[in-house]
Design a protein around this ligand. Structure first.
Ligand code: G6P
Length: 371
């Protein structure tokens, strides 16, 4: 039936707060005690995943950012080489497809014209098969793909995608586990998968905790109301999360935002940093943290105002030019998903302050069905 905002001021806010529930739904019946159920992707999944030597992921917009995260995951945890590309570029070049490559599309709607055209084009290029990760059952993309996994986020009304993105990430972690399993795991990899599966089961609850940052983020959003630019930094699998944070901010608050992998700061964007340029960083407690911290020092040294999302235990102190927001702890494989939530809340509250039409930002459409 028709979606209602209920107690929420906007659909976007409602959809942000639905994430713990829809993430649980996206996981339902797809995990056993030890691991992922490969057949969740369809009866042919086991054979196709076992055979795949590489993966090409094609998508647009926010779905493309989910694909970028999946590249880190599939290479790190399943040992499968991955390329990720926006559909509007892919469909007009001459991609070289090696033997035994799996083609994957990501789409909330399943009707994005460029993504659908990319799938049709891919069918002429000799892939071993196609998988669609999609939120709309019966959509064109789902009907035309060999394998499908539904993200089960429910209807998403806000043009700026939120729960569709995080459920795509859940689906992509399931894909990572399924490909690893189908290809065969050694003991260490099996132990790692078991840890990730255990962490996935806690994910809805940990996301709920992260959403408790709402009030603190609303207070902090004041600092952005008069700003014209913002820079988002992340490293590793959190670079795509920085990209997604910047996209959300531009889409709904119309503040110009850019994202950079923090290690690239010195190759250009540092020239822009001054007190008028807020810098937002996602700083999970992983093996890139020390490097990220020194990147952040470079920002401080130029008078930039820093906003850092990090675990409290990592010891970045809250002070005048560094605001730290404590994010709950989860297994490091899942931090890209978890750190997405506070960035969604940040863009939401900045947009509300600026008085934009949050659910229907100017010039944008929920689903782009023409080229
Ligand atoms: C539009 C929407 C975005 C979305 C993109 C891809 O630009 O405004 O939120 O990420 O299309 O849509 P899809 O349905 O393919 O995920």
């Amino acid at each position: 039936g028709a979606a209602h905002k209920g107690e929420y001021r906007h659909f976007m806010l409602k959809e942000i707060f639905e994430q713990p529930e829809v993430i649980a739904t996206a996981l339902e019946g797809r995990l056993s005690e030890e691991g992922v159920l490969v057949e969740s992707f369809g009866p042919e999944a086991q054979a196709l995943f076992a055979r795949a030597r590489q993966v090409h992921i094609i998508a647009c917009g926010t779905s493309y950012h989910a694909g970028l995260v999946a590249r880190y995951w599939l290479e790190r945890y399943a040992g499968v080489p991955v390329q990720v590309e926006v559909a509007s570029e892919y469909r007009y070049r001459h991609p070289v497809v090696l033997d035994d490559t799996l083609f994957v599309t990501l789409s909330q709607s399943g009707e994005t014209a460029d993504t659908l055209a990319a799938l049709r084009f891919a069918k002429t290029l000799g892939y071993i098969g196609s998988l669609a990760i999609c939120n709309v059952p019966g959509s064109s993309l789902v009907r035309e793909s060999d394998l499908t996994l539904m993200t089960r986020a429910g209807p998403e009304i806000g043009v700026a995608s939120t729960k569709a993105f995080t459920t795509q990430l859940v689906a992509l972690m399931l894909l990572t586990l399924a490909m690893g399993k189908a290809q065969g795991l050694d003991d260490a990899q099996r132990a790692e998968q078991a840890e990730i599966v255990a962490a996935l089961k806690t994910l809805p609850r940990v996301c709920q905790k992260a959403l408790a940052l709402d009030g603190a983020i609303e207070a902090l959003s004041q600092a952005f109301a008069e700003k014209h630019h913002a820079l988002f930094l992340g490293r590793g699998a959190h670079y795509p999360i920085a990209l997604e944070g910047a996209l959300k901010l531009k889409e709904i608050s119309y503040i110009h935002a850019e994202a950079y992998p923090a290690g690239e700061l010195k190759h250009g964007p540092l020239a822009l940093v001054d007190s008028e340029m807020p810098v937002i960083s996602v700083a999970p407690n992983d093996d890139l943290l020390e490097k990220l911290k020194s990147n952040l020092q470079e920002v401080r040294a130029r008078g930039g105002q820093l906003f850092v999302f990090a675990e409290e235990s990592i010891g970045i102190r809250d002070q005048q030019d560094v605001r730290v927001l404590g994010v709950p702890v989860i297994h490091e494989s899942l931090t890209p998903l978890l750190y997405t939530l506070p960035l969604q809340l940040l863009s939401y509250h900045v947009a509300v302050l600026k008085g934009t039409d949050v659910d229907q930002p100017r010039n944008l459409a929920k689903s782009v069905t023409v080229e």
